[in-house]
Design a protein around this ligand. Structure first.
Ligand code: ZN
Length: 407
């Protein structure tokens, strides 16, 4: 089975200059060859003249299954409704040009199996399962005076967090997450915006607790990512062996230098930071998040500049929540304002693949890699806001299969 894309302007995801009128030959699920000129080939041809051809985008911080009211009545939404909304988010994600996501807490391997069945259209998903959190930390969602913690926890579908105190509980939860299909772990190591009983400045989970998660991850040849807004949390995470830090809002030069020395990555999340202030109600969050998010977007932009200057690997994560997750590409638009459009594309393709340890498999348009390719109508280098408009993503090929074609 061969498919050839001809005539498009190729941005390959490595940061190399665009190639005009590129020919990309696909063979089965892989990219077979790339050349500057069209040759006669067997099989189907898609004419991409006038389009920009890019690697399938990657969102390194998704929450496809966080469609319910975290703090409210856990029985208010049926598992069927939660599944339906999650599947809807999967479709929206794919149609926006995201062929892969790293889910940073919520869904587990159950969703991966549903996608693999072909009954649900969606991205390739790398789930974390429930995030590992401490009592009273970010993600301990019920009010502090409730008698009994109760929250949505549906094995095979979704669970926001798992409360763990002590290395033994962390170890057990890590093993359970892996049993249910997690491909990496996520720990909340600082306070969070969507919290009611902590501050962004707080550190959470001890180095000893985090080390237990890291050892379990390493036993599976994978890694732990940490939700961290402040520097001490990142330093604790580095001491324990975490490889990737989400948000990084308050990052300073010294901590960025320590991250670079440890080859740890920063995964900024600008889209959620901008959208929370307007969407908190729709996302079923308490109004108290509004003052907590104020100023975070500017700080996160500065953190990205500091990380880049220190040589830290920078990824790209939308952190979208709720139903109708249709603004995933906003992350690239916002990141482009700080890093430029080409670097924003690299963050959301090859750098995210590196963060996920999958750079041999996808993340760039190079011979031998999975054929995850999209075409955008227009020039996203000149207009990065095109990423935020799924109708401009006119072609999506995932693993060699055409999964969206508006041409
Ligand atoms: Zn998140």
């Amino acid at each position: 089975m061969t498919l050839t894309l001809t005539g498009g302007r190729l941005i390959d995801g490595t940061g190399a200059d665009p190639v005009e009128r590129a020919t990309i030959a696909l063979e089965g699920d892989r990219i077979a060859a790339i050349s500057g000129s069209a040759k006669n080939r067997d099989g189907d041809i898609i004419d991409c003249a006038g389009l920009t051809v890019l690697p399938g985008l990657i969102d390194a911080h998704a929450h496809l299954g966080l469609v319910f009211d975290f703090g409210g009545d856990p029985g208010a939404m049926s598992p069927a409704e939660i599944a339906a909304q999650t599947f809807r988010n999967c479709e929206l994600c794919l149609d926006a040009g995201f062929t892969t996501v790293r889910d940073m807490c919520g869904v587990d391997g159950g969703l991966v199996r549903a996608l693999a069945s072909g009954l649900v259209r969606g991205p390739r998903v790398y789930p974390s399962g429930p995030a590992i959190v401490q009592t009273g930390g970010h993600g301990h969602i019920n009010g502090p005076f409730c008698f009994d913690d109760h929250y949505v926890a549906i094995p095979g579908l979704v669970q926001l967090t798992a409360i763990c105190d002590g290395a033994d509980q962390v170890r057990r939860q890590a093993r359970l997450n892996f049993r249910r299909g997690a491909t990496q772990l996520k720990a909340f190591i600082s306070g969070g915006v969507v919290s009611t009983t902590d501050r962004l400045e707080d550190t959470q989970l001890t180095v000893e607790e985090l080390r237990a998660a890291v050892l379990e991850a390493r036993a599976r040849e994978t890694y732990v990512a940490g939700h961290a807004h402040n520097n001490q949390a990142i330093r604790n995470g580095l001491e324990a062996g975490l490889e990737c830090f989400e948000h990084g809002t308050m990052l300073d030069e010294a901590t960025a230098a320590a991250m670079a020395r440890a080859n740890a990555a920063l995964d900024p999340t600008l889209a959620v930071t901008q959208l929370l202030a307007q969407n908190w109600k729709e996302w079923k969050l308490p109004e108290s998040v509004v003052p907590r998010i104020a100023g975070c977007e500017r700080m996160m932009e500065e953190a990205m500049r500091i990380a880049r200057a220190a040589g830290v690997l920078i990824g790209s994560g939308s952190d979208l929540l709720g139903t109708e997750q249709n603004r995933r590409g906003l992350e690239l638009t916002l990141q482009a304002r700080v890093l430029g459009a080409m670097e924003a594309i690299v963050c959301a393709t090859s750098s995210n693949a590196r963060i996920m340890h999958q750079e041999k498999l996808f993340g760039s348009i190079e011979a031998g890699k999975l054929a995850d390719i999209i075409a955008i109508n227009g020039d996203p280098l000149a207009q990065p806001e095109l990423f935020d408009d799924p109708s401009r993503v006119v072609l999506v090929i995932q693993g060699g299969k055409t999964v969206k074609n508006l041409l």
